[in-house]
Write a protein that binds this ligand. Structure first.
Ligand SMILES: [Ca+2]
Ligand SMILES: [Ca+2]
Length: 265
């Protein structure tokens, strides 16, 4: 993600990272599977939605996506570059979500020939390296949202933002019941030769204080987005719902999570 504490430094970062994006945004935007569209790209790139199934058994949060419920869960539509264009072919990214009475779970499976991070402390600036991220705004009439990031070293930063880029100081809000784990197929040493890494997160529903119902009722809709920041072997900023600008903090571009009563497996 981009630094939510400092819009100025984030702007510098975004400018550096997104010069190509700015160029792309000046030209046509490719819609899903379709031809180029030009005017008002934000209006033309629809926000996606995802049906969240309910898991019969709690997920074993060990970083491995071998739980039967994950096997039965549907994947999010493929990640795109933040401008909506197809992502680099080498950076295949699969994500899924599930819920039960206690948690909402997220799984990421990221192909990566060079899984890299150096930060291993809670609440460090993980977004400056490689990371997967979940943003949740359960009620879009409330500006607050939750941001979770995990890197391939297994470090977590959990942030509660009271409004766009207005976080409670990182160390002051920790989700007490949050659980997460990663599994790396390779080494996190900055050198090539890796295959990828997977991540599981379990966010206690009780932390999602703006949710209309806890646990969610079938048909409830939350806003959310999922991201992946890549630095090696190539820079990329991937999103489930492209934000169309060099900034992940765009709740108006979040997709919809729609809770269903479908049980898995
Ligand atoms: Ca697992
Ligand atoms: Ca990488």
């Amino acid at each position: 993600m981009w630094n939510p504490m400092s819009a100025r430094s984030a702007g510098v970062f975004a400018a550096r990272a997104f010069v190509p994006l700015a160029v792309l945004l000046a030209g046509p935007i490719l819609a899903d599977g379709g031809g180029p569209v030009s005017s008002s790209p934000e209006a033309r790139v629809e926000r996606p939605s995802y049906d969240v199934a309910r898991t019969r058994a709690p997920i074993q949060v060990d970083g491995r996506l071998d739980d039967p419920a994950w096997q039965a869960a549907e994947p999010f539509a493929f990640f795109k570059n933040a401008d909506g264009s197809p992502p680099p072919a080498a950076l295949a990214t699969t994500a899924k979500a599930l819920y039960d009475d206690t948690f909402i779970y997220f799984a990421f499976d990221s192909a990566d020939t060079n899984a890299w991070s150096t930060r291993d402390r809670r609440d460090d600036h993980l977004w400056e390296e490689e990371v997967v991220e979940v943003f949740i705004q359960a009620d879009p009439t409330h500006p607050s949202y939750i941001e979770l990031e995990v890197n391939p070293l297994g470090a977590m930063i959990d942030i509660f933002l009271i409004d766009v880029r207005k976080p409670i100081p990182y160390a002051s809000w920790n989700s007490a019941g949050l659980r997460w784990a990663v599994h790396v197929d390779g080494t996190v040493d900055g050198r090539p030769g890796d295959r990828g890494w997977s991540c599981e997160m379990a966010l206690p529903l009780e932390d999602v204080v703006t949710a209309p119902h806890i646990p969610p009722r079938p048909g409830d809709r939350w806003r959310a987005n999922l991201y992946r920041v890549e630095r090696r072997p190539e820079r990329a900023n991937l999103a489930w719902s492209p934000t169309l600008v060099g900034d992940f903090h765009r709740p108006d571009r979040f997709g919809d999570l729609v809770f269903r009563d479908r049980l898995v497996p």
